[in-house]
Design a protein around this ligand. Structure first.
Ligand code: AMP
Ligand code: MG
Length: 490
């Protein structure tokens, strides 16, 4: 059996889409983490991955047969301003593999050295951002959110220079694809309609094959992406996840979460919460994420216009209509998640107010978003009572709201197993809290100690499992532990 059977399709497109190149050689690769479970899922031999040959691939030092390393080109709106030339500046796509279930996935190295798109950057990654992405993406997966995954992390044995010298590392990322809104913008801005049309066909084939049957495939593609993004962002909102850099180059057509740079899970609830150190205007604040999702989709629509209709006015009309579906799709997905969080089997008209009043109380009393909802789960299911009551209690001011909520739940079949399970799965106990992530990064970077990373990874990949010995990981940061800003992973 071939240990990793590459079956590359993007590298078969014309070279307008990428630049072939080899990853940089690194002096002393060593394992940080090797995700053998994921290897199995995607059809890579886990023993091979954990071997020296797997390490050599994850370090970029020696690629197995079949790899065709490329850096892909894209553009994108960064904080609202269009940048016509971005691209994989520190990432190399090794190729694609076909999962046993038939799904094609990309295998990419992040932090593998300079590419033609590196601009002023060194193409490398410090250890910290690699650990952050590993923890956050695997936690998101465990929480049931569509996301890119972490297959491996290795240290390179060479320093990376930022404000100070830091240990270098490389992440091996697995994704349904790396087709970004910015990839479409790149070709649209150059009026390269031939490439644009190839890209649309490629994306439809890979992600939304039903669109080939539609009267206007590019429109059907756009509608599918609108639905996928609405669903994705509804999931973020239901978990208090702040992406931090929702630039159009960080939005995937597949609907997976990508680019765990300055992201974080919110602790005390506030819709205006921002984490990114470079987001001084709060463009990507928690409460703005759904609207930014629509703004990003409008940029995709703009890029697709030439393929919708020869008549520009008609094309705009079609795109606008499809885009107008976004709020309904978002709220449908969001209400479904909210109903699950509240232990309600069917969302009704008045529930919007019930939910909003809860959020307002959380904001007013600076309650931890995750623990407050988990506490609701425990109140509804007292057999889960014991551990969390030490960590979190609703302030007095919640009493009237709690009675309203109980009233709303009364009359529902409380024994309904599906409502209970949905409520559990919607209200995690363990999220990758930012101070814990920072502690893990600090220990790995400055003390060469991976134990906190490994322990945190174990906890956040079992987010619903109320293990008493892990309870400290459920606790919010104390005031002196709180991390106010998260820096970009560059
Ligand atoms: P991001 O903010 O991570 O989405 O990155 C934005 C752009 O900057 C992308 O084109 C990246 O490839 C590029 N980039 C980020 N960090 C580096 C780096 N260290 N070296 C080269 N390019 C980088
Ligand atoms: Mg990016």
């Amino acid at each position: 059996m071939t240990p990793i059977a590459f079956d590359n399709s993007y590298a078969k497109l014309s070279d307008r889409f990428y630049s072939p190149l080899s990853p940089a050689q690194v002096p002393a690769p060593a394992w940080i983490a090797c995700n053998t479970e994921l290897a199995k899922d995607v059809g890579i031999d886990p023993q091979w991955l954990a071997s020296d040959a797997g390490l050599a691939m994850a370090a970029g030092n020696q690629l197995p047969a079949g790899a065709e390393p490329i850096a892909t080109v894209y553009a994108g709106h960064q904080f609202g301003s269009y940048n016509p030339q971005l691209g994989d500046g520190r990432a190399v796509l090794l190729g694609e593999v076909i999962r046993p279930d038939g799904q094609r996935v990309d295998v990419q190295l992040k932090g593998a050295g300079r590419t033609p798109y590196s601009r002023g950057g060194d193409g490398k990654s410090p250890l910290g951002p690699v650990l952050r992405e590993y923890l956050l993406s695997e936690a998101m997966y465990a929480l049931g959110v569509p996301t890119t995954r972490a297959l491996a992390a290795v240290s390179t044995g060479e320093p990376v220079y930022r404000e100070q010298a830091l240990p270098g590392a490389i992440l091996t990322r697995v994704a349904k694809s790396h087709l970004r809104i910015g990839t479409f913008q790149f070709f649209a801005a150059r009026q390269d309609h031939e490439a644009l049309s190839q890209l649309v066909d490629y994306t439809i084939n890979r992600h939304y094959p039903a669109a080939t049957q539609a009267a206007i495939p590019a429109l059907a593609l756009f509608e599918s992406v609108v639905a996928a993004q609405a669903e994705l962002i509804a999931q973020w909102q239901s978990l208090g996840f702040i992406h931090g850099v929702m630039n159009t180059d960080n939005m995937l057509l597949s609907g997976e979460t990508i680019d765990y740079g300055p992201c974080a899970f919110m602790e005390a609830y506030h819709p205006g919460k921002v984490f990114s150190s470079i987001d001084s205007h709060g463009r990507y604040a928690f409460g703005n994420q759904p609207a930014i999702g629509q703004w990003n989709l409008a940029q995709l629509a703009q890029a697709l216009l030439p393929l919708l209709d020869e008549d520009p006015n008609m094309a705009v009309e079609m795109a606008q209509q499809a885009l107008n579906e976004y709020p309904d799709k978002f709220f449908a997905a969001y209400h479904q998640r909210m109903a699950a969080k509240l232990g309600i089997s069917q969302w009704q008209a008045g529930d919007e107010q019930l939910y909003q009043d809860f959020l307002d109380l959380l904001a007013e009393h600076q309650c931890d978003f995750t623990l407050a909802f988990r506490r609701l789960f425990q109140l509804a299911h007292p057999e889960y009572e014991a551990p969390l009551s030490d960590l979190f209690a609703f302030p007095e001011a919640f009493t009237p709201w709690l009675s309203r909520w109980q009233g709303r739940r009364d009359g529902q079949p409380d024994t309904d197993e599906s409502v209970r399970r949905a409520m559990l799965q919607a209200n995690p106990l363990f999220i990758p809290r930012n101070h814990r992530v920072e502690q893990a990064i600090h220990a790995a970077t400055w003390e060469n100690n991976l134990a906190p990373f490994q322990q945190l990874l174990a906890v956040v990949t079992q987010p619903f499992d109320a293990r008493t010995e892990w309870l400290a990981y459920a606790a919010p940061a104390s005031p002196d532990e709180a991390v106010q800003r998260t820096f970009c992973g560059t």
